[in-house]
Ligand binder design. Structure first.
Ligand SMILES: [Zn+2]
Length: 273
């Protein structure tokens, strides 16, 4: 049974009238644009900003806070400080983790929120597909089904955790470099197995300390990205040759891609770093 057939069956069982209306509106036509689908979903109460949508969004944000608490913990604070200590050392600057605590707290306040928002956006994208697949379910059943399945797989937790770890190190380096007056930063790609082409191309790209790199990031923080940044006081060449050793760079190369394909067919071919 194709997904379209499954949707049709659910709808037929649930409400022939709605099925007919949707059919007439062309909702199941392959040529129906996403915008038009969104309009139809809106009209029948499942669209963005609708009651169910908002309900799921709230549930999603709540659940993501739970994940954030697991990810943004004492350990990520250690990673953050590690990054800061490392960059301070390489730049020849004394580093006191006690003086540095307000910066760390600020980071967690802001980045914690960013993480939660990011997760919610991913969930909402998925929500749209789920709604189409399980269209015939009533609101309560749908919310339960979606809520139970959407984000806590061990795979996803692992990805989030690993990403947060690298993000914390990179953030620590960036915040410390900025604090001590570094002038420029230079993107360095990790030697990982499955690079994002655009990140690979950015290797050696140097911008001002407050400027964004050409991919719009202040420092590497995409999911699964293991790129890093070198900082310089002079803006001419590197004072620091990115001596932050990344354990995972030396791990077996096939690990991550295999996991991702298993976990989500959609992620196949996804660039990792
Ligand atoms: Zn990268």
């Amino acid at each position: 049974m194709t997904p379209e057939d499954a949707v049709m069956k659910l709808l037929q069982d649930w409400s022939p009238d709605v099925t007919t209306l949707l059919k007439q509106a062309g909702y199941f036509s392959p040529s129906m644009s996403e915008v038009a689908k969104e309009e139809i979903a809106q009209k029948i109460g499942f669209g963005k900003g609708g009651r169910l949508y908002n309900k799921i969004k709230a549930a999603s944000a709540e659940k993501n806070w739970e994940i954030a608490k697991i990810v943004i913990n004492e350990e990520s604070l250690i990673e953050l400080k590690q990054g800061a200590r490392q960059v301070a050392k390489e730049l020849g600057i004394p580093f006191s983790e006690f003086d540095w605590n307000p910066v760390a707290q600020k980071y967690f306040k802001e980045e914690g929120l960013k993480l939660v928002k990011g997760l919610t956006a991913t969930d909402l994208k998925r929500l749209k597909q789920e709604i189409q697949t399980h269209f015939g379910l009533n609101e309560k059943t749908f919310a339960r089904k979606y809520g139970a399945s959407y984000s806590c797989s061990p795979y996803r937790m692992k990805t989030i955790f690993r990403t947060e770890k690298f993000r914390a190190i990179n953030a620590g380096e960036y915040l410390e470099a900025k604090e001590v007056g570094a002038v420029t930063k230079t993107w360095q790609h990790s030697t990982g197995p499955n690079p994002r082409k655009d990140h690979l191309a950015m290797t050696g790209e140097t911008v001002g300390i407050d400027e964004l790199f050409s991919d719009g990031e202040q420092y590497p923080q995409m999911v699964n990205c293991r790129c890093r940044v070198d900082y310089s006081f002079t803006g001419k060449g590197r004072n620091w040759a990115g001596a932050n050793p990344r354990k995972s760079d030396s791990q077996p190369k096939k690990e991550t891609p295999v996991e991702i394909q298993k976990a989500s067919p959609k992620a196949k071919g996804e660039k990792l770093h």
